[in-house]
Design a protein around this ligand. Structure first.
Ligand code: GTP
Length: 183
């Protein structure tokens, strides 16, 4: 079976770890330095439940509540990773604004999305409890994950989860959720 091509956009406020999660997933390394992203595209092959995927990951520039949703991002995009930092109340507010704009722009009631609360390793700096993120994701009816871009497994899990959501939206996803295989 040829690989399925899937395009994913990673969105959220500045400095929440969009690039770090993506680079951890693609290259297996954590980038300590902060270099604001304009826009970067990465590719990654992954196998989930025997199906090969060729992912195009669009790491977008950090957005704030005043930015107009970048409509070019939505071209051919199959799913969105919406990221906030568990250490930033502002980023939690902004991710909600981005969500509203995304739903308005696509004109669809349901868009494949996973919500991610990043930087869980910074325990002492946490300001958004797990339950807050979960409550928000439940209200959107999307999966919620907390993650740390310092951990490869954690970064991989967020992308695998989004692939499942995309496949379920395609009507090709199966019921079982536990058997992701990374390659
Ligand atoms: N401790 C810790 N630091 C993180 C984590 N994720 C990102 N960082 C740090 O936070 C800073 C910003 O990370 P980036 O990945 O550049 O954030 P971004 O969302 O891509 O930022 P923009 O390009 O401005 O939108 C960097 O210094 C990273 O090293 C994490 O999970 N834990």
């Amino acid at each position: 079976m040829p690989p399925k091509q899937r395009k994913i956009a990673i969105m959220g406020f500045r400095s929440v770890g969009k690039s770090s999660l993506t680079i951890q997933f693609v290259d297996g390394q954590f980038v300590e330095s902060y270099d604001p992203t304009v826009e970067n595209t990465f590719t990654k092959r992954i196998k989930v439940r025997g199906q090969e995927y060729e992912l195009k990951l669009v790491d977008t520039a950090g957005q704030d509540e005043y930015d107009i949703f970048p409509s070019a991002i939505a071209m051919d995009t199959h799913g969105y990773l919406l990221v906030y930092s568990t250490t930033s109340a502002k980023s939690y507010e902004v991710v909600q604004v981005i969500y509203e704009k995304l739903i308005d722009m696509t004109g669809k009631a349901s868009v494949p999305i996973a919500l991610v609360g990043n930087k869980t390793d910074l325990h002492l700096e946490r300001v958004i409890p797990f339950e807050e993120g979960k409550k928000l994701a439940d209200s959107w009816k999307v999966p919620f994950l907390e993650a740390s871009a310092k951990e490869n497994e954690s970064a991989a899990r967020v992308f695998q989860t989004l692939i499942q959501v995309i496949e379920e939206a395609d009507g090709t996803g199966s019921q079982e959720k536990s058997s992701c295989i990374l390659s």
